[in-house]
Design a binder for this molecule. Structure first.
Ligand code: G3I
Length: 331
């Protein structure tokens, strides 16, 4: 019966977790006790909802929505337009050739309308467009079929269609490496240009897939300030603090050292101190999971190498990181 995490952060921001059909059962108690917001890890992506042209599948998403409703949790929607986990049929005609711009935009509109309308009132915020900025120096947008076929305009159209479908929903642009200065400036430029065209965009999602060293606190602070200067809300959307770095591809790493766990607790303390400091802009902080028994990092960048990125351990007991984060809320 440890203090409820979200409770101590109530005045500042929502505390969320990414969930899936397995974890809402295996982590049921933990999720409903410590979090007041959830995001579907995979079940609301294009491929999950709309695997073929005339087939929508809602079962798993519906199940997550009723789990959230039964437990009084807010739901962030993730994600409507992305280059990944998106079916090939979307970009092709029956004869296999690529569709034209109008067809792709019409298909995108149908998808966005259908999904947003179905969950109107249940999902208060959406990651409308995900990860369209390039990581490559000197390249602005990520090459994709969306971009090839519809041109840059698909981005603003996605926001316009989403807003038409639910004028109350908060609409976000979401990305990773969001604190790397070069990419930060590209994200800033994109959102600034959308705002200058009066495109309905209400926020920027900072995914925050971080590790023990990077990004530096200074880079995180600068990213928060830069994005906040656009007069949008900020959501931390996919937070985890990986104990093994992405660049480290060794497969024989098993457990973190005690020193790593201490560094993780200190890192979480510094991060939440910053979030609290900027809670005028930051209205939600979501972890990309809930406890160390399950995380996508167990298969990234190396398959079957466990990571220990969260505040709760594999048995759902609080780690030092949890106590530090709680202390910050109470300080
Ligand atoms: O559903 C299939 C299953 O049928 C099959 O047997 C199995 C075999 O590998 O794969 C299953 O699909 C996996 C899917 O997750 C559902 O579990 C995919 O292989 C796997 O690649 C996919 O990974 C997801 C990843 O997005 C895809 O890019 C992760 O769970 C999910 O955590 C991750 O989330 C993303 C955010 O959406 C966007 N930001 C980055 C973040 C982390 O990569």
């Amino acid at each position: 019966n440890y203090p409820k995490l979200y409770h101590d952060y109530k005045e500042h921001f929502l505390i969320g977790a990414a969930v899936n059909p397995k974890t809402i059962i295996s982590q049921h108690e933990l999720i409903t006790r410590h979090f007041n917001s959830v995001t579907a890890e995979n079940e609301m992506k294009f491929l999950s909802f709309h695997p073929s042209e005339n087939q929508y599948t809602f079962d798993q998403a519906d199940q997550l929505i009723s789990f959230a409703k039964q437990n009084g949790l807010n739901v962030r929607g993730h994600t409507l337009v992305w280059h990944n986990q998106t079916p090939e049929w979307l970009f092709h005609s029956q004869d296999g050739s690529l569709v034209d711009r109008e067809t792709l935009l019409a298909r995108m509109k149908d998808h966005i309308d259908t999904i947003i309308t179905r969950y109107k009132g249940d999902i208060y915020a959406w990651d409308v467009v995900n990860e369209v900025i390039s990581d490559k120096v000197g390249e602005f947008l990520r090459p994709s079929k969306w971009l090839d076929i519809a041109g840059e305009e698909f981005i603003e159209k996605a926001f316009l269609y989403a807003h038409e479908a639910d004028p109350e929903a908060l609409l976000f642009y979401n990305d990773y490496n969001e604190s790397v200065p070069e990419k930060r400036e590209k994200i800033y430029k994109l959102v600034k240009s959308l705002k200058s065209k009066d495109v309905p965009i209400h926020g920027i999602g900072l995914q925050a897939h971080w590790n023990l060293e990077t990004p530096s606190l200074d880079h995180i602070r600068k990213a928060i300030e830069r994005y906040a200067s656009l007069n949008v809300q900020l959501h931390i959307t996919e937070l985890d603090v990986s104990v093994f770095n992405y660049e480290d591809k060794r497969t024989d790493l098993k457990y973190p050292t005690e020193e790593m766990m201490i560094r993780q607790a200190e890192r979480y303390e510094q991060i939440f101190y910053l979030f609290k400091d900027y809670s005028e802009y930051i209205t939600s902080v979501t972890f990309w999971g809930a406890a160390d028994d399950y995380t996508w990092l167990d298969n990234f960048p190396v398959r079957n190498r466990k990571n220990w990125p969260f505040l709760f351990d594999i048995d759902h007991n609080p780690k030092q990181s949890y106590w530090r984060v709680l202390d910050i809320a109470r300080s």
